[in-house]
Design a protein around this ligand. Structure first.
Ligand SMILES: Nc1ncnc2c1ncn2[C@@H]1O[C@H](COP(=O)(O)OP(=O)(O)OP(=O)(O)O)[C@@H](O)[C@H]1O
Ligand SMILES: [Mg+2]
Length: 334
């Protein structure tokens, strides 16, 4: 049993007007600028957007895993409890048992001098209060479920390939049967075949166990495969949100259109940094003061786009977009 039980009547996660500002030298960097979304139990949400748009900052701040130099405002209600203001002991109970994170670089997240068994078992013994024997049995099952033979349970991280280490990370994230997994580019460092396998595996595991997922990658089409809904971020904001297929096949925001056309080749780090067909650079956080942050690169921009306030307006059932042109009759209310 986990130490965390979710109330079914309310959304699992409600993020309201989340702002994250880093302080760097004498400067402030507003990396996340008013993100709002809701996630129900078992929902899967993909987050896409170019490098620097605030995806990791947003995801890490949900569990207060951002660095100390960041100032965070807004609300992150996890099963009704605001994780931004709750006590450290409640936050610790939520981490792992309520929500766990899979990072990109498994090697840096895993402890090189401890066996995989020790590392998978630790959160279970700590949070689930189960005995070492039961924990070992469950660790073996988990390794099995991610495609690693349980006889390798006493191996060290360096004895695994990159893809296997990422699988171990997924096993660890599942260890306490969380209600939410946040996966920040869990496969970017891996080759294309392994990326696809691991995303498929993660997708299958969360579907079977009805775990909610927030999945971050640059690759819209990969996300659409794995997640029911997509959020596209630009300049620290969500600029489009909706069911994955609809966002991909009929994007409402010019940025989503550009991103889906420019889609980087899976596994190619160069195209990740400079997507083909998406000229210009994303704004630096300090440049995103008024109007639509995408206006300087947008082929459809008008004068009003550069000055008006951009909100996430309704753009069809279950959909929203922060574009004046996608706003129904210019009359929707956010
Ligand atoms: N610790 C930090 N201190 C200061 N600025 C930071 C820090 N971490 C991130 N930033 C800045 O915040 C902005 C958002 O960064 P973030 O890493 O969240 O983007 P991202 O969308 O995850 O990018 P990528 O796709 O490259 O992972 C960037 O301008 C980045 O330079
Ligand atoms: Mg990132």
């Amino acid at each position: 049993m986990t130490t965390h039980t979710v109330t079914p009547a309310r959304p699992l996660l409600e993020v309201r007007d989340l702002h994250v500002t880093y302080r760097q030298g004498g400067q402030t960097v507003p990396a996340v600028r008013g993100v709002t979304f809701t996630l129900g139990a078992g929902d899967t949400l993909g987050i896409a957007g170019e490098s620097g748009c605030g995806k990791s900052t947003m995801a890490l701040s949900l569990l207060r895993l951002h660095g100390g130099a960041a100032q965070v405002t807004g609300e992150v209600l996890f099963d009704g409890e605001n994780l931004l203001t709750t006590t450290w002991s409640k936050l610790r109970a939520v981490r792992w048992a309520g929500a766990s994170v899979v990072f990109q670089g498994a090697m840096s997240a895993l402890n090189p001098v401890r066996t995989v068994l020790d590392q998978i078992v630790e959160p279970m013994v700590l949070h689930d209060k189960i005995g070492p024997k039961d924990a070992e049995r469950r660790a073996a099952e988990l390794l099995d479920s991610v495609g690693i033979p349980s006889r390798r349970i006493r191996s060290y991280p360096h004895e695994f390939s990159g893809g296997q280490r990422q699988r171990v990370m997924i096993a660890m994230a599942l260890a306490c049967r969380p209600d939410l997994i946040i996966a920040d580019e869990p496969t970017t460092a891996l080759d294309v075949m392994v990326q696809a396998q691991i995303l498929e595996l993660l997708g299958d595991l969360v579907r079977e166990s009805k775990i909610a997922v927030i999945m971050i990658t640059h690759d819209l089409s990969l996300l659409a495969h794995t997640c029911d809904r997509l959020a596209v971020m630009y300049g620290g904001r969500i600029v489009e949100l909706g069911p994955s297929r609809q966002v991909l096949e009929d994007p409402q925001h010019p940025y989503t259109r550009a991103l889906s056309r420019a889609f980087p080749t899976i596994g190619d780090p160069a195209s990740r940094r400079a997507p083909e067909g998406l000229p210009g650079d994303p704004p630096r956080p300090s440049e995103t003061d008024s109007g639509c942050a995408f206006a300087p690169r947008c082929p459809e921009a008008e004068a009003s786009c550069r000055t008006g306030e951009m909100l996430l307006w309704p753009a069809g059932p279950g959909r929203s977009a922060a574009c004046l042109h996608a706003r129904p009759q210019h009359g929707g209310t956010p």
